[in-house]
Design a protein around this ligand. Structure first.
Ligand code: NAD
Length: 248
């Protein structure tokens, strides 16, 4: 059976590393993106040139109609999804809570929580043996922030990732008997462009001395952990939350 992996927010950072390594591991890849069509198309071209099989599909994972179209497109072009990684996520400029408005909180929850919820739902509808599916695996990309709280910087983001952690626990138990495993990874500080969105592009280097391993992580180091959780080697692992944080 062809393994089919959907990577949300897959055109850069951790998602792009995962798309490349997932293709090498034999998955047909759907690189989902919201903005940056050129980067997504270039990544797909690169994967296909190396003998992989990838498509790029635009969708805002926080918008239900977009998510329905994303999964329908994968059904048509790649076949039924066997693996989903809810990687898409945003954080906004560092701020104290007094300076955050409800619109900001809404955007963060929509991308990080609603997006993960909607994509997991569509995957489960296809994977569950209750619905005639063949089973599958889901990994939610959370963050160490969920347990650190990120005071003075982005408590909204930290709270959204705590919701992702609880979603992981609930879903894992709900579908455990239906052939679907649901796990999370919690990266520490990883070299990607998300820190520029927070207004601090040099954040990883500033914080690396606080990491027991004394360095930031590379996107590939998170991607390898995700691929292991998706793989048959993790066949008895569900509801787990794996820190990929250099011991932080
Ligand atoms: P990134 O900003 O490079 O990648 C995130 C991607 O998600 C971007 O391509 C963005 O366009 C996409 N995205 C955002 N909202 C979307 C939406 N509504 N629909 C579709 N796509 C959307 O950053 P990254 O570090 O690679 O982030 C990947 C995941 O890792 C995120 O969930 C992030 O919260 C998490 N994370 C990152 C770090 C870190 O230090 N980099 C630490 C902990 C957790």
């Amino acid at each position: 059976m062809q393994k089919v992996l959907i990577v949300t927010g897959g055109s850069r950072g951790i998602g792009a590393a995962l798309s490349r390594l997932g293709a090498e591991a034999g998955y047909a890849i759907c690189v989902n993106y919201r903005r940056g069509r050129e980067a997504a198309e270039a990544l797909v071209t690169e994967i296909n040139a190396r003998g992989g099989h990838a498509i790029a599909v635009a969708a805002d994972v926080a918008v239900e109609a977009d998510v329905m179209r994303l999964f329908a497109r994968v059904d048509e072009d790649l076949g039924s999804v066997t693996a989903l990684v809810n990687n898409a996520g945003i954080l906004e400029k560092h701020a104290r809570v007094e300076d955050m408005d409800a619109a900001r909180l809404g955007r963060v929850l929509a991308a990080n929580v609603t997006g993960s919820f909607l994509c997991a739902r569509e995957a489960i509808r296809r994977m569950s043996t209750r619905h005639g599916g063949q089973g599958g695996a889901i990994v939610n990309v959370s963050s160490r922030a969920a347990r650190l709280g990120s005071p003075g910087e982005y408590v909204d983001y930290a709270a959204s990732k705590a919701a992702v952690d609880t979603l992981t626990i609930g879903l894992s138990r709900e579908v455990a008997a239906e052939g679907i495993r649901v796990n999370a990874v919690s990266p520490g500080i990883i070299y990607t462009d998300i820190h520029a969105s927070g207004g601090e592009p040099g954040r990883v280097d500033r914080l690396k001395d606080a990491v027991p391993m004394k360095r930031g992580g590379q996107p590939e180091e998170v991607a390898h952990a995700i691929l292991w959780l998706l793989s048959g080697e993790a066949s008895y692992v569900t509801g787990a939350n794996l820190d990929v944080s250099g011991g932080r």
